[in-house]
Ligand binder design. Sequence first.
Ligand code: FES
Length: 194
Amino acid sequence: MDRRTLLSGSWKVIIGVLAVEAAWTTWDFLRPRASAGFGAEVEVGAAEGLRDGDVRHVAAGRMYVVNVGGQVQALYQKCPHLGCRVPFCESSGRFECPCHASIFNRQGEYISGPSPRGMDGFPVRVVEGTIVVDTGTVIEGPPRGRLTYDEGDPGPSCLTQVEEEHRQPPEQQHDGEPGDDDPHGDEGEHGGDG
Ligand code: FES
């Protein structure tokens, strides 16, 4: 092999290495980050595992991931009123805040109570079949009066059942953990998920 052929071959190898490096850097930049917890992107799981009507609580992201009519949404568990964690009530099929009784439908839309709007949410995307939620970006919930989900006749409310069993002062209903960092810096945050 002469010197000219050798040099030409070396350049081809260098260009090839650079191309692979560039491709790797692009992929590494664009790929979803591994779940880093609340405030970052959180991988929730396979999109096909979330069926129509499902509501899944994701503690690491302080959110619920719901599938309504094939549309996947991520709802912030923090009540837009004063920040209590809003549980999902299986019997009514609604989100019901135990602090001051704000109620939201399965899609997070406002039904009743003192909340100024529907439940806030986070951007969702599906990457290679995996649901990824950006919990660092809060999307303000829909205004009162916007109802796009026909829930039919809701079942018994969990709030009514709790009231019948025992009444707790609202402050005991907050589930925030002391020292919980809230990257969104909201006062009244009690959305820690124990
Ligand atoms: S109704 Fe939820 S905090 Fe008041």
